[in-house]
Ligand binder design. Structure first.
Ligand SMILES: Cc1cc2nc3c(=O)[nH]c(=O)nc-3n(C[C@H](O)[C@H](O)[C@H](O)COP(=O)(O)OP(=O)(O)OC[C@H]3O[C@@H](n4cnc5c(N)ncnc54)[C@H](O)[C@@H]3O)c2cc1C
Length: 485
């Protein structure tokens, strides 16, 4: 079997390896000169900036890829667990260090809300039930039959999937700050906690089960290790070449056409590109039926991301590896981003400081960071060539006043990405950070199927397919191929 994989995000790489383990002849084609997609790495003057994913959860899904070929993951990568998972910081200066240490959790919860520790424990138990169903049972099975989806509905309703994650958490926890903390997980996969189905509450339990990890040398080291593994296993990698067309005959895959006019014959094409780009740009020859056209049109997209990468000549020792800072008008900020598609100055953000764990990410005596701000996706029509610099100034001021004193005078290296990068460089519809939103009406059967709805021999992996965004999600999407082939 000749299989061509388009795109080298975590999903594409995992798909290439899984099919190679099934003895397919595999070629992986990537538009950019480097692999990783959202998990690419930018190196500048001794600083190593992981572009995207920094929080490694469910590391066994990464280890599995090495074990497919009887290789030892520890010969390729070093993944270590973090003690403090996230530090949450509020506008009034209140801090909460979230971790797997139950004593510390109990002390901190009881300090702010006497009654809420019991509710927290009940919440964890409830999210275990969601995890058992949504992750253990359903994350790596194909959802391409409507009756399979219908069969799941009673259990999903029992798990209150009609509620949002925020409502679910609020039914167990009274304190508003704690509600925000324990319901923030949808933001990690592109959803608004106030509207995302409570099924995504499973991420809370997934973190508890396996912890939060860091890959020494950065997430990019995992991509490097997987590239090495692919080459060792005779997967052909074509970099710096965009696929411009998927060629079909009577709705069946024939070949892919590259930007350099070459064609690669294929029995199967596994597409890791954003599903709307596949169906609207690469597969123009196939006419979709009315239902599929409607499905494509009705989709809501995740938020956009403004990511500011910077290195400092000062070391900020008291800043944790992962910090989440909530703005005062958190809910309004999210409403503005997701619904009204407008910018709001009262931003909430995530601050990454890999040098808290790994000094090799910056030159000696320096610190390395990125700050990620959820912003509207490009449906907003925001002109980022004007708003980008304004957002950078806002972000620096906010950080200087809260977490990083005297920041301005200590920055020695910086650059930023806006939704334009996601749209133009990563071919993502509306420049969304995480493809389509994780809503109930866009989950499982209602998401883009892993086995294409309209084309034989076309398979989809990555954030826009089942089960969804995040490294565990896209690695599971590739695992589904094991059940299809
Ligand atoms: C800033 C940021 C932070 C994040 N943080 C975390 C985190 O901490 N933990 C976590 O688990 N997840 C995180 N995520 C989410 C996670 O990174 C993504 O969901 C996941 O990496 C997406 O992988 P993917 O397989 O969908 O492919 P992508 O990474 O989207 O890659 C797709 C690839 O396809 C290529 N491509 C597209 N079209 C073509 C074409 N026509 N021809 C050739 N190549 C093409 C693109 O160039 C790209 O390389 C984060 C995401 C972002 C953006």
């Amino acid at each position: 079997m000749n299989s061509v994989v388009i795109g080298s995000g975590f999903g594409g790489i995992a798909a290439a390896l899984r099919l190679r383990a099934k003895n397919h002849k595999v070629t992986l084609v990537e538009k950019h000169p480097d692999l990783g997609g959202r998990a690419r790495v930018f190196k500048k003057n001794g600083f190593t900036f992981d572009a995207g994913p920094t929080v490694i959860t469910a590391p066994y899904l990464i280890y599995e890829l090495f074990k497919l070929f009887n290789k030892k993951p520890e010969d390729y990568i070093k993944i270590s667990s973090l003690d403090t998972w996230y530090r949450f910081v509020f506008e009034d200066g209140y801090k909460f260090d979230y971790s797997g240490n139950e004593n510390s959790m109990k002390n901190q919860i009881e300090k702010i809300s006497k009654d809420d520790f019991d509710g927290y424990q009940k919440l964890v138990k409830f999210t275990k039930k969601i995890f058992d169903k949504g992750f253990v049972e359903l994350s790596d099975v194909p959802f391409d039959k409507s009756f399979f989806m219908i069969k799941q509905l009673p259990a999903l309703l029992k798990l209150r999937s009609y509620n949002s994650v925020y409502s679910l958490v609020s039914s167990f926890i009274k304190n508003e700050k704690l509600r925000r903390i324990f319901s923030m997980h949808p933001l990690l996969v592109g959803g608004n906690p106030f509207t995302t189905t409570s099924i995504y509450g499973l991420i809370l339990y997934l973190e508890k089960k396996w912890g939060i990890h860091y890959s020494i040398g950065g997430t990019g080291q995992i991509i490097n290790a997987l590239e090495k593994l692919m080459l060792e296993e005779d997967i052909k990698i074509i970099k710096g070449c965009e696929v411009i067309n998927i060629i079909t005959n009577k709705n069946k895959i024939q070949a892919v056409k590259l930007a350099n006019e070459k064609e690669l014959q294929a029995d199967n094409v596994i597409c890791n590109a954003d599903p709307p780009a596949i169906y609207n740009e690469l597969l123009k020859e196939i006419k979709s039926n009315l239902l599929f056209t409607w499905k494509k049109k009705r989709m809501d997209y995740s938020m956009g991301l403004f990511v500011y990468y910077f290195g400092t000549k000062k070391i900020y020792n008291d800043v944790e590896h992962h910090t989440i800072k909530f703005g005062d008008k958190y809910k309004k900020h999210l409403d503005d981003i997701f619904e009204k598609k407008k910018l709001n100055k009262d931003i909430s953000f995530y601050l990454h400081r890999p040098t808290a764990t790994d000094k090799s990410m910056a030159p000696e005596g320096h610190d390395c960071f990125y700050v990620l701000v959820p912003v509207p996706n490009n449906q907003s029509k925001i002109d980022w060539s004007i708003e980008g610099d304004k957002m950078k100034t806002l972000v620096i001021n906010k950080m200087e006043n809260s977490l990083l004193p005297n920041l301005k005078e200590n920055i020695v290296e910086d650059f930023y990405l806006t939704p334009d990068y996601f749209e133009k460089e990563l071919n993502t519809k509306h420049g969304s950070g995480f493809s389509i939103q994780p809503k109930f009406s866009q989950s499982a059967y209602f998401r883009f199927h892993n086995k294409s709805e309209i084309c034989d021999g076309l398979y989809l992996v990555g954030a826009g397919t089942h089960p969804g965004a995040g490294i565990p999600g896209v690695l599971s999407s590739a695992k589904i191929l094991d059940k299809i082939f």
